[in-house]
Design a protein around this ligand. Structure first.
Ligand SMILES: Cc1cc2nc3c(=O)[nH]c(=O)nc-3n(C[C@H](O)[C@H](O)[C@H](O)COP(=O)(O)OP(=O)(O)OC[C@H]3O[C@@H](n4cnc5c(N)ncnc54)[C@H](O)[C@@H]3O)c2cc1C
Length: 250
């Protein structure tokens, strides 16, 4: 999509990581972001990884989705009212490289619509409109119209090392709190290049196999059988058992 992606990666690597991070980030958060940035740049450099998503259907519009942004936000407790919702600030596009990627996406999308195979469908650009062409105009259009996170918000209880501001261990246990575990989307440190439901199912399945029985030791006999399969790492048979089927022959 972007022929200059190598120079973009160099520019990201030479950024002072703290420059575009929220002022509330401490040293551990910055270390964590630097670790994430290394993973992200490997992803940007690979032709096999998805960095952007352009969902396409026969409908009248589409969305352009940046799956691997560098901008980082905050979720803070509302200090004036402890019963109020937390204060969420996505900080979308605070890192200018994210804007470059949006511009590249819009330009790519326009090129795609010019392809003979698409032209036979007669596409007409309604928004932002063919008069909007400069990078600055496209950035302005993108930042004013975007939906933060595309409903895939994650990372607020990231599974990362504690000294990188991680919240849960690889066993989904919250650092420093006995008996507290998390098994939902918040543990994903970086948005996967996919929609997130299936990934959350996998996390929930892992959480169940590791922690449910320890929280419910007096569960009924059927569960004992399920747990037997889990303990023996026999996930296929466990799933058969949950849904009332027979264990597979092998
Ligand atoms: C509009 C939208 C469209 C999406 N479309 C897709 C899609 O097409 N494909 C896809 O793969 N992913 C999609 N996603 C993403 C996917 O739905 C989420 O990533 C996923 O549901 C996250 O799962 P979760 O269990 O972490 O959180 P949730 O599914 O949000 O579950 C959290 C649950 O906790 C409950 N809860 C909250 N507070 C409390 C409380 N205090 N006490 C008790 N319960 C509480 C909530 O009611 C909710 O049931 C979409 C998300 C949105 C918002």
């Amino acid at each position: 999509m972007l022929t200059t992606y190598q120079s973009l990666i160099s520019r990201v690597n030479s950024q002072n990581a703290a420059q575009y991070l929220p002022s509330t980030y401490g040293a551990a958060n910055i270390r964590g972001f630097e670790a994430q940035r290394r993973v992200l740049m490997a992803s940007y450099a690979s032709t096999k990884n998805g960095v952007v998503e352009i969902p396409f259907s026969g409908g009248g519009g589409t969305s352009l989705v940046h799956e691997k942004p560098l901008s980082r936000g905050t979720v803070l407790i509302n200090t004036s009212d402890r019963f109020a919702d937390p204060t969420v600030d996505y900080n979308t596009s605070i890192n200018p490289v994210d804007n470059e990627i949006f511009v590249a996406m819009i330009k790519f999308y326009r090129r795609w619509m010019q392809a003979p195979s698409m032209q036979q469908l007669g596409p007409q650009e309604q928004s932002p409109g063919s008069g909007v062409t400069s990078d600055q105009q496209l950035i302005s259009y993108a930042t004013q119209g975007m939906i933060s996170s595309t409903a895939h918000s994650c990372g607020t209880s990231a599974m990362m090392p504690q000294d990188q501001a991680g919240v849960v261990s690889p066993e989904l246990l919250v650092y420093g709190v006995t008996g507290l575990s998390v098994g939902d989307i918040s543990i994903i440190p970086l948005i996967p290049a996919t929609h997130t439901c299936a990934t959350v199912y996998a996390i929930a399945e892992k959480w169940w196999s590791w922690h449910y029985y320890s929280l419910h030791p007096h569960i009924d006999d059927d569960f004992e059988v399920d747990y037997y399969f889990v303990k023996n790492n026999d996930h296929d048979n466990k799933i058969y058992n949950i849904f009332g089927g027979s264990p597979s022959p092998d």
